[in-house]
Design a protein around this ligand. Structure first.
Ligand code: NDP
Length: 244
């Protein structure tokens, strides 16, 4: 199946983890990918692995100028910018009383403002391409309460609302906006969990296991592709039943 034949997708925070899995699958399906990330070595390595249909650039999602450069790189790659995955994120878990203003605002800057800037940055290019699909990576922490995650949760709930507001604003331009809500996924992000915390979290998952980056990527590719042509403003959980 070549759902992405010649089409270009921009993935923020795509040097590793879920974003990297999505990049691999899109290129395998004939698409082109621009990966932005602050992790330069891993990003360059992935671009080298994927060949001429993948470009890496250093991108800090909190910087509007970095978004402009990423969109320019996507249009240069050719085929038109048809997709954006707002995937970059940070997760530094602390309970409410150990979360200071700086930590709270750092989460807002990367997870929430980064997503806002990304959606704004791609719209003109997607209009030039004749339409597009934006996928915002939220979390089950954006659907329910999550332990030790006051700062992270606030941003992931915000992404859910921002997705629906943008979906309404952009529908007339042929641009769809949906959110994906992963549960615990085996990437470096949850490598910081202690064994005790991990056991507790595993116990709360009906399917009794964590997910893989590829399991999330398959859902993201569905939302990026024409297979989901009549879906906008939707939220899809990929979580082994955590949010039930
Ligand atoms: P990773 O940490 O592997 O990927 C996130 C990437 O974003 C990292 O490469 C990270 O770099 C990068 N990043 C951080 N800050 C910025 C920035 N300012 N600009 C650009 N890139 C940045 O984890 P995942 O692949 O798991 O995470 C992908 C998304 O999925 C995130 O939005 C996360 O919140 C969400 N998610 C993850 C879950 C999980 O259990 N893994 C569960 C639910 C949602 P660096 O390492 O330097 O910070």
């Amino acid at each position: 199946m070549a759902r992405f034949s010649g089409r270009t997708v921009l993935i923020s925070g795509g040097a590793r983890g879920q974003g990297a899995a999505e990049a691999r699958m899109i290129v395998a399906e004939g698409g082109r990918v621009v990966i932005g990330d602050v992790l330069e070595e891993q990003g360059r390595g992935l671009a080298q692995e994927l060949g001429p249909n993948c470009v890496f650039l250093r991108q800090d999602v909190t910087q509007e100028t970095d978004w402009a450069a990423a969109v320019a790189a996507a249009e240069k790659l050719g085929g038109g910018l048809h997709g954006l995955v707002n995937n970059a994120g940070i997760y530094i878990p602390k309970p409410l009383m150990e979360t200071d203003k700086a930590l709270f605002e750092r989460h807002l800057a990367v997870n929430q403002t980064g997503c806002f800037l990304g959606m704004r940055a791609v719209v003109p290019a997607m209009e030039r391409a004749g339409g597009g699909s934006i996928v915002n990576i939220s979390s089950t922490a954006g659907l329910r309460g999550s332990p030790q995650a006051i700062a992270y949760s606030s941003t992931k709930w915000a992404l859910r609302g921002m997705t629906k507001a943008a979906a309404i604003d952009l529908a007339r331009l042929g641009i769809r906006v949906n959110s994906v809500h992963p549960g615990p996924i085996e990437t470096d992000m949850i490598g910081i969990w202690t064994n005790e915390h991990r056991a507790k979290r595993l116990g709360s998952i009906p399917m009794q296991r964590t997910g893989t980056a590829e399991e999330v990527a398959r859902v993201v590719l569905f939302l990026l592709s024409e297979e989901s042509a009549y879906m906008t403003g939707a939220e899809l959980s990929v979580d082994g039943g955590v949010s039930l």
